[in-house]
Structure formats: structure tokens, C-alpha cells
Design a protein around this ligand. Structure first.
Ligand code: ASP
Length: 419
């Protein structure tokens, strides 16, 4: 199946840049009420939302069908268990590296110095993380409801179970297996059609973000903003290529050349979930990962692996502790590593979720939750950047696993970037 080519990627980048430019212009013209109402909150909002919804529309059917088809072709329970364990272990590892990097650099560069905010905050005692509830909720009581609610973990569990059963039945279920494979191709074709209209959607999303972004919020938070960007960039362009090189010997440069469409989508939608169809398509068709691995690791990653989100939470925690002059000590930061890792796992792949989960991290660290208000003004821009990192992390882990399982086609990986 032919994926989006570099020509299309170029169009998307162009759409992003012109959208952002027009948005900035409109931001400057914002006192003109009619422009706001008709263009920014009218045309751009409508087309942008229609675009995100059309991507989101594909998520549940694609994840379900693709994962059933992928699990069918594993044929081996031990392989499934091994892939599952390794995926979760690698997702934990990358997130732990991300949060540690964020905390170390934030402590070193001290983005919150000089704020000296008073706090009346009553320190709420740490609440227990409802781990039992999280575990119970992994199993769907009603798979149809899980799909209707877009509960990705439950959809994954049901799809893997169904795929396993199909593979255990063997010969008599071959038509069912083939049916899922064929349907998977059809759904991928739908994704490719959406990708072709993407530049229009991306243009509207970018124009709206930049038209409505309050840039005056940026100045006082510039140190914090730049710090988060810096750590995100380090993680993306140093840690990921390093991990790829160490675990697989694959070229980081080639990886980025092939994957570029997916982070661009993530950046413009600020949603890992809505980007799942694109990530899946890119990882399979451009990086050469077999569907049996990608169909499992990509939706799981979009749900539980959020390195960019962990980085944001780490930087924000240090920033808030410094802004309020409330040092939390080494043990406090140890706790932050743990809770931010868990919080990033619990963060849904939709815009702005990191700041909601940040409340949990702050509470555990005994920091004032109202500190979140300080950083909200610049969060949309950071959300776009961290979402790009989030889905790139999923793709890196997917490549590592696939290569070790012999499920990565290096001819595709090192082939034309046009896929
Ligand atoms: N927007 C992020 C995502 O979808 C989640 C977050 O960090 O707020 O991955």
C-alpha cells in the first residue's frame, strides 16, 4: 500500500507554516470582532474540528481490526507474552529517562527562580494511587461499550484475545482471519484518503491556534517555555537515536526522514490518539515494521507511553516548586519520578491532558496545585510539541521491538522515503 510521499509531507509543512503565519496576523487583528467570529471561531474551528474528528473516527475500528489481524499472525502464545513484556518494559524505560532528564535539567537551569510567589496552600495529604482500579479497568466488561467509549486499553485486550482465539482455532477460522486482513487494508485506505486532505485540516488548526494564542503570556514564562522545548528536543534528537543505535544499529537519521509525517500530525492535532492511524500507517509502510508488532505497540504506546508529557510534568513540578520557593528535596524528586511516570501512563492522548494529571504529581510532592494556573497560558504550544515527542517515542520502541523479533523489513527502512 502506497503511503503519503514526501510531496505530501512538504504540502503539510507548507500548510502549517502558512496557517501559523495567517494565525499570527489574525492575532494581531483580533480586535476586529467579525474576523474572529467568522474566520477564527467559524471557518477554522469547523474545518479543524472536522479534520480531527475524521482521524479520531478511524481510531477504534483501525486499532481493533489491525490488532486482531496482527495477533492472528503471531501463532505463538510465548511470542505474544514476550512482546507484551518487552513493550511495557521499554515504554517504562523511555519514560523514566525522559522524566529524569527533565528534572535534572530543570534543577540545573532553575526556570522558576525570581518568582517568589506566596502560597496559602494547604498541603493535601498524598492520596493513594488507585492502582487496583486501574488494573480492574483493563478488562472490558462489555467490549462494545469499550469501543463506544474509545477505551483503548480495553479495546486492545479484547482484540488480542479475539486474535489469539482465531489463531488457536486454526484452519476453520481462516476465512475470519482473512476477513480481518482484508478489512484492515480497506481501513488503511480510508486513512490514506484522509491523509490527502490533511493539508487543509492542518492549515485551519494551525491558523486557529496562532490566532487565539495569547503571546503576552509567553514572556514571563519564557525560561520555563524554552526549558521544556530544550528537554523535548534533547530527548527526541539525542536519546531516541541513541536508543535506536544501541538496541538495533538502525540509523536515527533514516528513522526521522521516514517518520516525519507522524510527528507533524501529532504537532498540529496535539492528540496522540487522533494520530494513531497516521502513526500506524507510517510505521508499517515507511519504517517497514510488520503489522503483528505495530498493531499492538502503537495503540498501546499512544495510551500509556508519553515521554513528552512526562518531560512537561517534570519541568512544571520543578518550576512550581521554585516559583513558590518550596524545595521538595531528593526524596521528593524521587517521588516525582515515580508519580510523573504513572501520571504520564494515565494521561489520555488528547489535548491538554498533561496539566490535568499534573495535579496528581503536585499533590504527591506536597506542592500547591494552583501552581498549574501559572503555566496554562503557554501550554497549548507545548502540548503540540510534547505530543510529537510522545508518538515518536512509540515509533522508536516499535522499531526496537520489531527489529529484535525479526519483524522489521530493513529494505523498507532504508528504501525510498516515499514508501
Ligand atoms: N496531548 C498529549 C497527547 O495527546 C497529552 C498531553 O500531554 O496533554 O499525547
Amino acid at each position: 500500500m502506497k503511503g503519503p510521499g514526501t510531496g505530501l509531507t512538504r504540502k503539510i509543512v507548507l500548510a502549517m507554516l502558512t496557517g501559523a503565519g495567517l494565525g499570527l496576523l489574525l492575532n494581531w487583528l483580533s480586535p476586529i470582532h467579525l474576523v474572529n467570529e467568522l474566520v477564527v471561531d467559524g471557518l477554522f474551528a469547523v474545518v479543524g474540528q472536522m479534520f480531527i474528528r475524521s482521524l479520531t473516527m478511524m481510531v477504534v475500528p483501525l486499532v481493533f481490526v489491525s490488532l486482531v489481524a496482527g495477533t492472528c499472525s503471531l501463532k505463538d502464545l510465548t511470542q505474544l507474552g514476550r512482546i507484551g513484556l518487552r513493550t511495557v518494559a521499554l515504554y517504562f524505560l523511555t519514560t523514566a529517562v525522559a522524566i529524569t532528564l527533565a528534572l535534572s535539567l530543570a534543577l540545573l537551569l532553575r526556570p522558576g527562580r525570581g518568582f517568589d510567589l506566596p502560597t496559602e496552600a494547604q498541603f493535601t495529604p498524598a492520596e493513594a494511587f488507585p492502582l487496583s482500579e486501574v488494573l480492574v479497568n483493563i478488562v472490558p466488561a462489555n467490549p462494545v461499550q469499550s469501543m463506544a467509549e474509545g477505551n483503548m486499553l480495553q479495546v486492545i485486550v479484547f482484540a488480542v484475545f479475539l486474535g489469539l482465539a482465531i489463531s488457536l482455532v486454526g484452519e476453520p477460522a481462516q476465512r475470519v482471519e482473512q476477513g480481518f486482513r482484508d478489512l484492515n487494508r480497506v481501513l488503511m485506505q480510508m486513512v490514506l484518503i484522509l491523509v490527502r486532505v490533511a493539508p487543509y485540516g492542518v492549515f485551519c488548526l494551525m491558523a486557529r491556534v496562532f490566532a487565539t494564542q495569547g503571546f503576552e503570556a509567553l514572556l514571563p514564562l519564557l525560561q520555563y517555555f524554552l526549558l521544556v522545548l530544550f528537554v523535548l528536543a534533547l530527548h527526541m534528537f539525542l536519546v531516541y537515536p541513541f536508543l535506536l543505535r544501541v538496541f538495533t544499529g538502525l540509523s536515527g537519521r533514516r528513522f526521522f526522514a521516514n517518520i516525519q509525517a507522524a510527528p507533524l500530525f501529532a504537532f498540529s492535532t496535539a492528540s496522540s490518539n487522533a494520530t494513531i492511524p497516521i502513526t500506524l500507517e507510517t510505521v508499517e509502510n515507511k519504517l517497514g515494521v510488520h503489522n503483528s508488532i505495530a498493531s499492538f505497540t502503537i495503540p498501546l504506546g499512544a495510551t500509556i507511553n508519553m515521554d513528552g508529557t512526562a518531560i512537561l510534568q517534570g519541568c512544571a513540578t520543578v518550576f512550581i516548586s521554585q516559583a513558590y520557593n518550596l524545595p521538595i528535596g531528593v526524596a521528593g524528586y524521587g517521588l516525582v519520578v515515580l508519580t510523573a511516570t504513572l501520571a504520564s501512563i494515565g494521561t489520555a492522548g488528547v489535548p491538554g491532558m498533561a496539566t490535568i494529571m499534573l495535579a496528581m504529581v503536585l499533590q504527591q510532592a506536597g506542592l500547591p496545585v494552583e501552581g498549574i494556573g501559572l503555566i496554562l497560558g503557554v501550554d497549548r504550544l507545548l502540548d503540540m510539541c510534547r505530543t510529537a515527542v510522545n508518538i515518536t517515542g512509540d515509533a522508536v520502541v516499535t522499531c526496537i521491538l520489531a527489529q529484535r523479533e525479526g519483524a522489521l523489513n530493513e529494505a523498507v527502512f532504508y528504501g525510498s522515503t516515499d514508501g
